[in-house]
Write a protein of this length. Structure first.
Lengths: 158, 138
């Protein structure tokens, strides 16, 4: 099989989901900008119909809002299709992919605790990486986080 | 009894490996010294599966808020006298991780460390030398 993105898949995407915009970044990587409320359906389409694999997801605090990238891999072609979505900072909510996509479970928990994004419908949104005594209102990977941890006492008990 | 324990410790130190959030390179080097090439078992150094059987703890990684209670728990479970050997540069100082929200500073603020082995990761020879130096101090 040819390595790289397939025009057929991209055409199918733009006919099925006219609201998304596709940007070919490199031969083996495309970014697909999806509106926030369509991410769930679009990811479901990639996972269940196209059989793509969720490699990972990343969250970044940008000036325009919280940006989430879900990196889907088409292993046979060695190609990544990345869903890119921006959530406004005054309403940090998005529908969780974890109910149908177990690979998204932990990475969404991580984004929930480090960036403070609320994943609606997630089965288990407990903290994953931070200590048990860490206050849940503090999100250390946000831009406005400013060394608040210096005032938090170190606990010797979990 | 303390003397018998000390004799056992010097003759054949059983080590328990405490990976306190390291990047795994030090852990791989620790496994390296058990392979036939360095084969520390000929000196009686054995990696054991429980801190209750151990004479020495090999700690790796930068200490952080999540790993501190676990490290303390393991240290409490180890029969005393015991050696604590810090493997890798991360145990000496947090270095680039110091401004992180999760890092809480050096090990010897919380547990007594007998010897530090710098290196990122330290060579297997350096780890063996560190353990020998720690034993010589007893």
């Amino acid at each position: 099989m040819m390595k790289g993105y397939s025009k057929k898949i991209l055409e199918e995407i733009s006919t099925k989901f006219p609201e998304v915009s596709v940007k070919i970044h490199a031969r083996r990587r495309t970014y697909i900008r999806v509106p926030k409320d369509r991410v769930y359906d679009f990811a479901k389409y990639l996972f269940e119909e196209k059989r793509f694999r969720l490699a990972t997801a990343t969250g970044i605090d940008t000036r325009d809002g919280m940006e989430i990238l879900y990196h889907f891999s088409q292993d046979a072609a060695g190609t990544y299709y990345t869903i890119k979505t921006v959530i406004p900072k005054d309403d940090l909510k998005i529908k969780s992919l974890a109910p149908f996509l177990p690979a998204a479970n932990w990475i969404e928990r991580e984004m929930h605790e480090l960036l403070g994004i609320d994943f609606v419908g997630h089965p288990n949104l407990k903290p994953l990486l931070t200590a048990e005594t860490w206050p849940s209102c503090l999100h250390p990977l946000r831009r406005d986080y400013a060394d608040e941890h210096k005032d938090i006492k170190v606990s010797k008990k979990p | 009894m303390a003397n018998a324990k000390l004799w056992g410790l010097k003759k054949s130190p059983w080590v328990f490996h405490v990976a306190a959030a390291s990047c795994n390179n030090c852990d791989i080097e620790i496994l390296d010294i058990l392979t036939p090439r360095w084969d520390v078992e000929r000196f009686g150094i054995v990696l054991v599966g429980s801190p209750r059987h151990a004479d020495a703890l090999l700690v790796t990684g930068v200490l952080n808020r999540k790993s501190l209670p676990r490290v303390l728990r393991v240290y409490e479970q180890t029969p005393k006298p015991c050696l604590v050997i810090g493997v890798g540069s991360c145990t000496c100082h947090p270095h680039i991780f110091e401004p992180s929200y999760n890092v809480i500073g050096p090990y010897d603020k919380y547990i007594p460390v007998d010897v530090y082995i710098p290196g990122c990761p330290p060579k297997p020879e350096a780890i063996i030398m560190g353990v020998v130096k720690a034993l010589k101090r007893l």
